[in-house]
Design a protein around this ligand. Structure first.
Ligand code: HEC
Ligand code: HEC
Length: 326
């Protein structure tokens, strides 16, 4: 049977409408306790910290107070010898509307679950995606996620030269292991804090059908922004194997990822790497692309990949990609 272009278009339309009504943003990936409600607006970010008590971290020679660690226009750089010289916008941002990239993504670009790892991305992809933020092609499916809006604000206030300088700086560093994946039935009890799940106390709770990505050391990450202190991702038992089947074979539901992202998932040409990156971040991106919040020329290629995946499929996929050592 010959299918006309028109009916193929109509079919694609039906498929995309069907997926748009399908699901709420998974709260574990967006940093909230439950799904958004109608009329929700961005949750205001915490005011700047003013604590002047000097702090130190293992191996660093300089002390910084919290006011400086969290300074939006000049945050702490604990290990300056471990990265190339930062472009000014990475180290200091640009007053008043662009905060220092190093504040949220760290000077080494490793980033955190509530934002993104930005090092080791191709310069072409980095520039493309900054322009997508700028042009309204990258938004969050969860209206409460204020830091995605900040990212949009920063991109809108940067020149092409500034974007290129940041792309080259972060692209000059390689992505290295930062997140440890643990399959488990129980996970430490966490509470969301500014989009990041933090462990409080020693209580454990059933993991259920979600991923809990949390700092190895809450104080080191949240208070000190130690760029050596990474994350643990608790994933459901069996998730990694289920994800592997989808990633490597497609399983009739999706397209195997290796052809575009590289057989080892470390990125291929301009296409970004997935191996060992934040599962919460990648989950948000797949969900945002499926629901049409992240779009644009490059994201078109991802549409058929995510169209028929359930939230659980995507969770299994990111459990697997996170478990792959970069
Ligand atoms: C307030 C914290 C914050 C600061 C400061 C910040 N970002 Fe981000 N950035 C984010 C968040 C949050 C995301 C992920 C958005 C999402 O998940 O919806 C992100 C994502 C990104 C991505 C996408 C990575 C990918 O794999 O596609 C790039 C690139 C990026 N940021 C670059 C920058 C640059 C360049 C700067 C400095 C000018 C900067 N960011 C400053 C919060 C921040
Ligand atoms: C036909 C090529 C192609 C295939 C197959 C493909 N991708 Fe992608 N993927 C891309 C491109 C191109 C982008 C960049 C999209 C953009 O810039 O908006 C991307 C982006 C992504 C992102 C966002 C990365 C980031 O840093 O923000 C995720 C997550 C992702 N892909 C996951 C997957 C998974 C999982 C599979 C397999 C199940 C897969 N992709 C298969 C081409 C592909």
């Amino acid at each position: 049977m010959k299918i006309s272009r028109i009916s193929m278009f109509a079919l694609a339309f039906v498929v995309s409408v069907a997926t748009i009504v399908a699901a709420d943003p998974p709260p574990w990936a967006y940093g909230f306790e439950g799904p958004p409600q109608a009329g929700d607006t961005p949750v205001p970010v915490r005011p700047a910290n003013t604590d002047q008590t000097p702090r130190s971290i293992p191996g660093a020679t300089t002390q910084y107070a919290r006011a400086q660690i969290a300074n939006r226009f000049g945050p702490a750089d604990w290990f300056p010898s471990e990265h190339p010289q930062m472009p000014d916008v990475v180290a200091h941002g640009k007053q008043p509307n662009v905060w220092a990239c190093g504040l949220c993504h760290y000077p080494n670009g490793k980033g955190r679950a509530e934002n993104a790892g930005v090092n080791g991305l191709s310069v072409e992809y980095f520039i493309q995606t900054m322009n997508d933020f700028k042009n309204g092609n990258r938004k969050s499916a969860d209206p409460r996620k204020a830091n995605t809006n900040l990212m949009i604000q920063f991109a809108k206030n940067m020149s092409d030269d500034e974007i290129k300088a940041t792309a080259e700086y972060f692209g000059s560093m390689k992505w290295t292991p930062w997140i440890k994946v643990v399959e488990a039935k129980m996970a430490p009890k966490t509470k969301p804090s500014n989009g990041l799940f933090l462990v409080e106390g020693n209580e454990m709770e059933p993991l259920g059908n979600r991923i809990v990505e949390t700092p190895v050391n809450a104080e080191a990450t949240e208070v000190l922004r130690d760029p050596h202190s990474g994350f643990t991702a608790y994933v459901p038992v069996g998730a990694v194997k289920k994800g592997e089947a989808l990633v490597t074979k497609g399983g009739g539901k999706t397209i195997a990822c290796g052809g575009c992202h590289g057989a080892d998932l470390k990125g291929l040409g301009p296409v970004p790497g997935l191996a060992g990156r934040s599962p919460s971040y990648l989950m948000r991106q797949m969900f945002d692309m499926q629901q049409g919040f992240r779009k644009g020329t490059w994201a078109e290629l991802m549409k058929p990949v995510v169209a028929n995946l359930t939230t659980d499929d995507m969770m299994n996929i990111v459990a697997y990609t996170a478990s792959q050592v970069p």
